[in-house]
Ligand binder design. Structure first.
Ligand SMILES: Nc1nc(=O)c2c([nH]1)NC[C@@H]1CN(c3ccc(C(=O)N[C@@H](CCC(=O)O)C(=O)O)cc3)C=[N+]21
Length: 424
């Protein structure tokens, strides 16, 4: 995107022409043609970020009030001619914000978006859908079998060594406890030794770091998983970075994520859920190369690594997030949709291009008095509606969830193979 801030009154000769030329360029997003002084600005002021408030037209002429200008612009130095001193130069240098954030609340607050409310099983039964249901449970089972066989081989090659996974759980969130239990059960079934450490919600960051260190040093542990989310008072970044890169089976260590993002680099581990999504596509014979994939959501754990992985598989990737205008229209262009938002039934049928493949990563509990627990799990996609459009779709539950666990086992096995010199 090209951001232009020019004033007719203060610009040098020739700027007028340049302005006209740039204004007609398709890349020009914002052209300021008003007077700096009208907006209470000096020529050394610049736009503070890369974005401008919604509602401003892109291209054409935009005028700011003094108040808007104060919020949008800040002083910037351009070398010698700058009225600013050298010491203020560094402080004044504009830094566009680097990080986005994942925010289901923003989706929920949007008035232009209405998640589907129909939740009853009977509604789902009514569909005379033509979409193939991608059976994540079955595919995951097959993968777990392959893993079990390989562990048998590993054992015989190493004189009885098995892979080991340590799961660190802090606090007592019911959902986290359930996930940890199912991870340990899955380990047992394929022959992975599982280690666990359950810490109280009130424990300190140092307590967690000490446990991580213990597992880092333990040669029978090949994978360490810190169950997320951690309690609010803990610095997630610090704790995840403390996990040894060689044992980061979640693929959340900055070095592994960084390598995933870079050409020519190979991370030791790829995050389990995005890896599971790709595996589902590949094992369902969906061609990714050259396809347009839309990833809805940009979290560290799913959206962002999924987008990077899809690019590595030669897809053209668009990321749609809570501040994307008209997400339905963008998603309609997708051959492959990966929805990882955290809002029940956000993705409606009319977001889906006929024939598209839909991978639903969401696991959202919604009230359902007809069930024993009083709730049930639904995806980010309105399954009933999407079934009528998609050529293939993953259900929730029974789609991506079981694949996440299968990929965790696979990453742990890879790590053990590396530790015993049987892989690189
Ligand atoms: N460090 C870390 N790594 C994770 O991988 C991680 C985590 N933290 N925190 C929580 C999320 C969530 N997660 C799931 C795994 C499996 C299912 C799963 O197997 N679900 C089944 C059954 C769900 C049910 O019925 O309860 C299904 O979708 O069919 C779901 C969710 C891993 N997570």
């Amino acid at each position: 995107m090209c951001l232009l801030l020019l004033s007719r009154a203060t610009s040098r000769r020739g700027s007028e022409k340049m302005l006209e030329k740039l204004a007609s360029s398709p890349q020009a997003q914002l052209i300021y043609t008003g007077r700096y002084s009208d907006a209470g600005l000096k020529p050394h002021h610049s736009l503070a970020g890369y974005s401008y408030p919604t509602g401003y037209p892109s291209g054409g002429s935009v005028h700011f009030s003094r108040l808007q200008a104060a919020a949008l612009f800040r002083p910037v130095s351009y070398g010698k001619s700058s009225p600013l001193s050298a010491s203020s130069f560094l402080g004044a240098c504009p830094r566009p914000p680097l990080l986005g954030w994942n925010s289901p609340e923003i989706w929920r607050d949007r008035e232009d978006i209405q998640p589907c409310r129909a939740i009853l099983d009977e509604d789902l039964m009514e569909t005379n859908s033509t979409a193939a249901i991608i059976d994540g449970k079955l595919i995951a089972e097959k993968i777990r079998q392959e893993i079990a066989e390989e562990i048998t081989r590993l054992k015989s090659e190493t004189g009885g060594k098995v892979p080991g996974l340590a799961v660190v759980l802090v606090g007592s969130r019911k959902d986290s406890e359930t996930y940890v239990r199912s991870k340990k059960k899955a380990c047992k079934e394929v022959g992975i030794a599982s280690f666990g450490e359950d810490l109280a919600e009130s424990s300190s960051e140092d307590d967690v770091l000490a446990v991580v260190q213990k597992f880092n040093d333990d040669p029978s542990v090949h994978g360490i998983l810190i169950q997320l989310p951690l309690p609010k008072h803990m610095n997630e970044e610090k704790i995840l970075a403390a996990v040894s890169v060689e044992k980061d089976v979640d693929g959340f260590h900055p070095l592994n994520i960084g390598k995933l993002a870079m050409q020519g680099r190979t991370p030791l581990f790829v995050p389990c859920t995005p890896r599971g999504c790709i595996e589902l596509l590949l094992r369902s014979n969906v061609d990714i190369k050259g396809k347009h994939a839309v990833v809805i959501g940009r979290s560290n754990v799913v959206g962002t690594p999924a987008a990077m992985l899809l690019q590595r598989h030669q897809a053209t990737v668009t990321v749609v997030h809570s501040r994307t205008p008209n997400p339905a229209e963008v998603t309609q262009r997708a051959d492959i949709v990966i929805a990882a938002v955290g809002v029940a039934h956000l993705v409606r049928g009319d977001w889906i291009k006929p024939g598209a493949v839909v991978i639903d990563v969401g696991i959202n509990p919604i009230e359902d008095p007809s069930t024993k627990k009083g709730y049930r799990l639904v995806g980010d996609v309105c399954f009933k509606e999407a079934c009528m459009k998609a050529s293939a779709i993953t259900p929730v539950p029974g789609g991506v969830g079981p694949m996440t666990i299968a990929m965790l086992l696979s990453n742990t096995l890879d790590s053990a193979k590396r530790a015993y010199g049987l892989a690189n």
